[in-house]
Design a protein around this ligand. Structure first.
Ligand SMILES: NC(=O)C1=CN([C@@H]2O[C@H](COP(=O)(O)OP(=O)(O)OC[C@H]3O[C@@H](n4cnc5c(N)ncnc54)[C@H](OP(=O)(O)O)[C@@H]3O)[C@@H](O)[C@H]2O)C=CC1
Ligand SMILES: N[C@@H](CC=O)C(=O)O
Ligand code: NA
Length: 432
């Protein structure tokens, strides 16, 4: 018996999923039991890179989520609406859902999972984080015996591709972004990638799974890569670092409470760090837990085929359950989501980090002393201060701090900014 799916979206990921399903030979036999019943798109006449019978396509997406013949709705539209409403309506009609939409899950996951649990259906989302990397299911199942203490990830393929090209080839930001869009890595609105919002959605999802609580998306501190310049990439390199957009969720070690650190920002990583050599569209997620220690998940973080691999695997999981237990079985607690309480998130000012800051100063005697004094006055201890060069007659000084409270560091910067000898502070980055 074939299991019928309704595909919402036939873009980069939808096309990849359809290609796998239309070509089952050599894959797991379950793939051959999945039938594409309807496909919802915006424009029927748009040329497609996959050979589907034209009568399957419709612009009436509501009719798909209500279709009594469909077992599983696969949402690959992107964006918040109509994706959220269609997912909820599919659930109301007793359909299982597979989605790659981290933006919807990070914002409306509570609502979606509450309804899914009431209706006894699964909402699986392996493709939503790390593209083709299996990380959601391992966090739910294979690592379930551990107390997770930290999750560090490079979880956005577009920005990792851009930073890699800028670092290795001195490429121009806008040009590389255009290539990433052409390769199908970027979101429909690439601001979500570049400004770190997509990575913030993903770390909210990972944190919720790893730390077993709900996460409010607005609690994730987020900075993107727009301000990263070739100058900082070069100086980071000289100091022994690479710059990566890092997503971090970890137990806040500075206090005994149950609070979490949750943040996304460009970070100077020591070249010896396991995440430092994750390049191009590849993503990696380094999970630390007790008693396991560290485990790293690595693979293609975006793109048609890899993301479709995760989507189809989720569909197969549901088909496997339907085959073995039937439609009325209770939900498997290791695949569904039942969190009730919200994780407590520490304010960014209270977090401790190392910082890299680049100053442009008048080339006058004593300027390094003034910097040191201002930092010292705010209990910010310095690891190194280097006058690294000159730019337009101004001395360029780079400071790397020890692990300091962010609130103190910011106050020190305000004091430094008001010094006569300081012309500007072009960059401030965190250091791992
Ligand atoms: N691209 C990637 O590498 C990855 C993407 N994702 C996620 O997967 C999802 C899909 O992304 P992707 O395939 O890249 O997106 P695309 O923009 O390539 O495709 C979107 C598809 O949805 C259809 N669509 C969008 N809005 C509507 C609407 N209002 N009504 C009808 N149809 C609509 C489009 O129709 P039409 O074709 O007619 O325009 C298109 O087929 C997103 O949530 C994204 O975040 C996750 C991991 C990786
Ligand atoms: N735009 C995203 C796509 C995958 O989630 C990215 O670049 O990682
Ligand atoms: Na994944």
């Amino acid at each position: 018996m074939a299991f019928k799916i309704g595909l919402l979206g036939l873009g980069v990921v939808g096309t990849g999923a359809a290609k796998i399903l239309l070509d089952p030979v050599g894959r797991h036999p379950v793939v051959g039991e999945i039938e594409i019943h309807r496909v919802g798109v915006r424009s029927i006449d748009r040329p497609r890179d996959v050979d589907l019978p034209p009568h399957l396509l419709t612009t009436d997406l509501e009719s798909i989520v209500r279709d009594p013949e469909i077992d599983i709705v696969v949402e690959l539209l992107g964006g918040l609406e109509p994706a959220r409403s269609l997912i909820l309506e599919a659930i109301e009609h007793g359909k299982h859902v597979v989605t790659a939409n981290k933006a919807v899950i990070a914002r409306f996951g509570d609502e979606i999972y509450a309804r899914a649990n009431e209706k006894g259906v699964y909402v699986l989302l392996e493709a939503s984080v790390g593209g083709g990397i299996p990380v959601i299911k391992p966090l739910k199942q294979s690592l379930g015996a551990n107390r997770i203490t930290s999750i560090l990830g490079i979880v956005n393929g577009t920005t990792n591709y851009i930073l890699t090209e800028m670092t290795q080839k001195g490429a121009d930001f806008a040009e590389v972004l255009a290539v990433a869009q052409k390769l199908g890595y970027a979101e429909a609105d690439p601001t979500a990638d570049v400004d770190g919002l997509d990575a913030a959605d993903k770390i909210a999802i990972l944190a919720s799974l790893g730390f077993g609580g709900r996460v409010k998306r607005e609690d994730v501190y987020c900075e993107g890569i727009r301000k990263i310049s070739a100058v900082d990439i070069t100086y980071a390199d000289r100091l022994g670092f690479v710059i990566k957009l890092l997503a971090i969720a970890k137990d806040s070690v500075e206090d005994d409470s149950d609070t979490l650190e949750l943040r996304v920002h460009p970070t100077l990583l020591p070249k010896t760090h396991p995440l430092a050599n994750i390049n191009g569209v590849y993503n990696a997620i380094l999970v630390e837990g007790e008693p396991l220690g560290q485990v790293m998940f690595y693979g293609p973080g975006a793109g048609s085929g890899p993301t479709a691999s995760a989507v189809v695997s989720d569909v197969m999981n549901i088909v496997g359950i339907l085959q073995s237990s039937g439609k009325t079985a209770t939900l498997d607690p290791l695949l569904s989501c039942t969190h009730q309480h919200y994780c407590q998130i520490a304010p960014i000012e209270e977090l401790y980090s190392r910082f890299y800051a680049r100053f442009l100063c008048e080339d006058v005697p004593g300027v390094i002393g003034h910097l040191g004094t201002a930092f010292g006055d705010h209990s910010v201890s310095l690891e190194s201060v280097v006058q690294i060069g000159f730019q337009g007659g101004l001395a360029e000084i780079v400071v790397v701090t020890h692990n300091v409270r962010e609130g103190n560091f910011r106050e020190a910067l305000r004091a430094i900014d008001s010094l006569d000898a300081i012309h500007s502070i072009p960059s401030i980055l965190r250091v791992l």
